[in-house]
Design a protein around this ligand. Structure first.
Ligand code: NAP
Length: 246
């Protein structure tokens, strides 16, 4: 049976793994970085943890006789995307990339663009004092020099290490979120800026609607460039293509 490796971690990756297992005679292996303690999982073979860079991924692909790689990681998983590009080039394997459509920028002028979380911190400096960091715990250290800012931090998991910020409140919550709750979350602690990644999808978009309704600026960390693979933003079109190719 032909084997496909899915680099997972998104709702669409879980869907694609399930659909491929049901609708094709492919053997599906779903791979996770392994950092989320209770991830959503598809009903197929699973593996967890890094491969050891592009070289490790090449080894894994060869040892497991994989015929195609589908990168359906988060749009900001730039290292994994680059490793997938390098490894599939090296092994001449088919490489599909699922990328959720980005949220479009509204024409209200309230988005402030940043190319990284470090640049988002520069945008906050001297401009905002009560900031909602909505993108989890990964990048909070980039905001640690902003000692006169109070942060609200939301993450799916409890922090495993102390949060490296002076003034903050942390909440643990998993989407989907609704607009009324998001509005209260922004309004009650008098948030004056929201920092977000452009994740796309419906589960976490309510924070943007809430910010817009309260005229709160959004510091949007833009997506990293797409580095390789045949790119799809529609899971059904990707499934269709795979059925034709493999
Ligand atoms: P990354 O920086 O691209 O990946 C770092 C390393 O983790 C990779 O080199 C790889 O290790 C391992 N890895 C990543 N995805 C893997 C997978 N599916 N299977 C096996 N190993 C995997 O990506 P990231 O660390 O996952 O996340 C990068 C950014 O995306 C973060 O800023 C995070 O906030 C964001 N993100 C957000 C969400 C969300 O739902 N909002 C979800 C995921 C990520 P090896 O090199 O050893 O193979």
């Amino acid at each position: 049976m032909k084997k496909i490796l899915i680099l997972g971690g998104t709702a669409e990756a879980v869907y694609l793994a399930g659909a491929l297992k049901e609708q094709t005679d492919l053997s599906v292996i779903y791979s996770l970085a392994g950092r989320t303690r209770s991830p959503n999982l598809p009903d197929c073979d699973l593996r967890r943890g890094g491969f050891g860079g592009a070289t490790g991924l090449v080894r894994y692909l060869q040892q497991n006789e994989i015929v195609a790689v589908m990168d359906a990681t988060h749009p900001y998983a730039a290292q994994m995307a680059e490793n997938a590009r390098l490894a599939t080039t090296e092994t001449s394997l088919a490489h599909y990339k699922f990328l959720r459509p980005a949220w479009p920028e509204p024409d209200d002028g309230l988005w402030i663009h940043a190319s990284s979380s470090k640049e988002a911190a520069e945008r906050i400096h001297d401009n905002f004092k009560r900031v909602f960091l909505s993108g989890g715990l990964n990048d909070v250290a980039d905001f640690s020099n902003l000692t006169d800012v109070w942060f609200l931090i939301r993450s799916i998991e409890e922090p495993e290490a102390p949060i490296p910020l002076g003034n903050f409140s942390h909440i643990k919550a998993r989407g989907p979120f609704n607009e009324a709750d998001e509005r209260a979350l922004l309004r009650d602690p008098k948030i004056d800026a929201l920092v977000s990644k452009n994740s796309g999808g419906s589960a976490t978009i309510a924070k943007l609607h809430a910010a817009k309704s309260l005229s709160i600026p959004v510091i949007m960390i833009d997506r990293p460039p797409i580095v390789g693979g045949v790119v799809f933003d529609d899971p059904l079109a990707l499934l269709e293509q795979l059925r034709r190719d493999i």
